[in-house]
Structures are given as C-alpha cells and as structure tokens.
Design a protein around this ligand. Structure first.
Ligand SMILES: *Cc1c(COP(=O)(O)O)cnc(C)c1O
Length: 367
C-alpha cells in the first residue's frame, strides 16, 4: 500500500468517537499525484503536444482583459459549444463541454449510473476510469484487451454493466477498436457507452461524431489536451443525444470551462485546424521513427500504436527501465504487472530532434 493511501486511511479514521470524516469507501482512493522523477529535461509522460500551443489560442490568452477576468464566464462555454456544434453539423444541445474530458467522464458516470452499478472497461485502459467509477460509488469491472489490442466487445457486453467505457485509440496501448465493433457495442449495450477519442486526431479514423446524437445512448468524448496542445487550459468536449447531454450537464455543474479556455479553444478550432493537422502528422512521423529504434531488439515488444505515443511491453522491471531513461533526463511512464501483459513503458512523442536523445538509451537498455 502506498504512503498516500495509508495517509488517506488515517484521515478517514478521524480522531474521536464519532464517525470518520470521509465517507465510507473513500479510504481506498488516494489523491491523484504524478511521480516526481528528479531532473527531467524532456518529459514524455503525458502525451501532450510538444510542438507547442495553437498560435491563435496563445494570442487570445496574451490579450485577455480585466473584464474577462472579473466576470463569470458563460455557464456552459457558449462560444465553444456553438462553434463545435456548427463544425460537426449537430445542435448546440447535443454538445457538452467540461474541465477536461476527465470532468465529463466523471459527470457522465454520475449522471447515468446509480451507486452500486457497474462500469465495464478494457484492461488496461485509461487509469482515471476505475477511479471516477469508485468516486461515484460505482463498481469498475476490467475486461482484458484482445491479443490484437482491440477492446473485447463480447466480454464487455457480458458484464451487463450500466456503463461501458471504450477508449480508441486506447491509453496506454495506443491500439484501436474498429468502428464496426464500437457500433455493435452501442447497438447491443444494455446501458450507456462512453467512447473516449482523446487520440483520434492521430489515428485518422473516420469522424463519426455527427451520428452520435441519433444513437441515443452514446457519449463521444474528445479533448483539447492532446493534439490541440491546450492541456494547461483544461477543455474537454462530448457529443451525444439531447437527453444524455442534458443529464451530463446537470450532473457536471456550471462554470467548468473558464473564460480564457472558452475563447482560446474556440479560436483554435476556427483558425488553427491546419496547425493541429500538421503537428499531429509530425507526431505520427516521430512515432514511426521511434518505433524503428527498437525494431528487432530482444526484450521489448511493440504494440501497434495509432496515437502520439508508443507502448512497449518489456522483459524485466519497467520501473527500473524508466529510471535508466530518467538518469538521462528523460521522463517515460512505467507500468508494472498489467494483466495479460506484464511490465510495459509508454513514451509520448516530440519533434524528432528532441527524441534523438532516446537512441543511445534504447541501445543501452536493449543491446
Ligand atoms: C489524456 C486523456 C484524456 C484527456 O483528459 P483531459 O481531462 O481532457 O485533459 C482523456 N482520456 C484519455 C484516454 C486520455 O489519455
């Protein structure tokens, strides 16, 4: 058990004879932290856009006025909602925005499932999902990925869960679930399906979001944190049927997208789509070159990533391997003991001149 979990349990036990301060169940949830890695000069742990931020968004942030800071923003990011709806050809009340797509996963879980119900997800998948499930009194159920890296739709359906969470391309493996399989899942699911497309801009899969409102029980999520280069502003968006969007909006609460984020994400969408496409293309090129560095090496197996990161299943201790990168000032993510996979590392990509630094470390770790 980690320090953090132990501390959380001590807090929960309270001091006197009365009940604990935190509600029952919270003792198993630690505060989310990111590991400190010492002197990191190249951080490849978060899959953000290391080519930079959209120029138009940066301009908006630089030109902010006192009024914009003094006033409350729109309750539900009107500018961004309407612009995105127009881009996609859906109605504004079929779009929801949030403080990152994390916020929308959280709000959606709370909006559609009653405490005690289940959330089924692939294993491994986005680590925030079991966390948000538990925070909302729900039971997360992991279903191993198929050997080809796609979600096991039959396995997920067999759980009978109120919510099925699908992530494509999947974090941390980068693998996709074919659109036909996702559609079958939505058609056959007894409840709601959340499709997290945080990395769709890199995979160049077909954008089917305009059809989501007509499917009634699906919420399709995207984020401005990855390809759009705005993780610091915290903006996520979802598309779905009016009834589902309404439930998520009510469960989410107001003012989750701040005034600067609303305006910056909107101008980025309007003016920097081409910038986004160019940097996403460069990210895919960097990923292919990075993958080539381990081709044919023993002790490391590449998963077929379609995202802006690589996922390498490794022999030996992933934490020790990550430490060897860290010793050279490079931050990579280590995963230990993943079900059906074992140890693995995930490395986000960057402009190639930065990534070249990895070549000697790779040659040393997997000679
Ligand atoms: C990074 C990521 C997100 C985005 O989270 P934000 O809260 O929008 O920053 C969502 N889902 C997955 C799978 C991710 O990897």
């Amino acid at each position: 058990m980690s320090e953090i979990v132990r501390d959380a349990r001590r807090e929960t036990q309270g001091t006197g004879s009365g009940r604990a301060i935190a509600r029952p169940g919270l003792e198993w949830i630690s505060a989310y932290t990111t590991a400190a890695l010492g002197e990191i000069s190249l951080d490849l742990r978060d899959n953000v856009n290391l080519w930079g931020a959209p120029p138009s968004a940066l301009q908006v942030v630089r030109e902010t006025s006192a009024t914009e800071l003094v006033s409350y923003p729109a309750v539900s990011a009107t500018r961004l909602t309407e612009t995105l709806a127009a881009h996609l050809g859906v109605r504004a009340d079929e779009v929801v925005t949030g403080c990152g797509s994390d916020d929308l996963i959280d709000a959606c879980f709370r909006a559609v499932a009653a405490p005690g119900e289940r959330v089924a997800h692939a294993e491994p998948s986005f680590s925030m999902v079991p966390r948000f499930a538990r925070l909302n009194g729900l039971e997360p159920v992991g279903v191993p990925l198929r050997a080809d890296g796609a979600a096991d739709i039959d396995g997920l359906l067999a759980t009978g869960a109120r919510i099925i969470y699908l992530c494509s391309p999947n974090n941390p493996t980068g693998t996709i679930t074919p659109e036909a399989e996702i559609r079958r899942c939505i058609a056959e699911a007894p409840g709601i399906v959340v499709v997290d497309e945080a990395y769709a801009e890199f995979a160049l899969t077909r954008d089917w979001r305009a059809e989501a409102p007509g499917m009634e029980k699906v919420l399709v999520l995207r984020t401005f944190s990855k390809a759009w280069g705005l993780a610091g502003l915290r903006v996520g968006v979802g598309v779905g049927s009016r009834a589902l969007i309404d439930a998520v909006v009510r469960s989410r609460g107001p003012y989750k997208v701040n005034a600067l984020a609303d305006r910056a994400a909107t101008v980025a969408l309007e003016q920097d789509a081409e910038w986004m496409r160019e940097t996403a293309t460069a990210a895919v090129e960097s990923r292919i070159r990075l993958e080539a560095l381990v081709a044919g090496r023993r002790g490391v197996r590449r998963w077929p990533s379609r995202a802006n990161f690589v996922f390498w299943q490794v022999e030996g201790d992933a934490v020790a391997i990550a430490a060897r990168f860290a010793a050279q000032g490079i931050g990579v993510r280590a995963f230990r003991g993943l079900p059906g996979i074992g140890d693995a590392i995930r490395i986000g990509v960057a402009p190639w001149p930065m990534l070249e630094r990895l070549a000697p470390v790779i040659a040393e770790v997997w000679p």
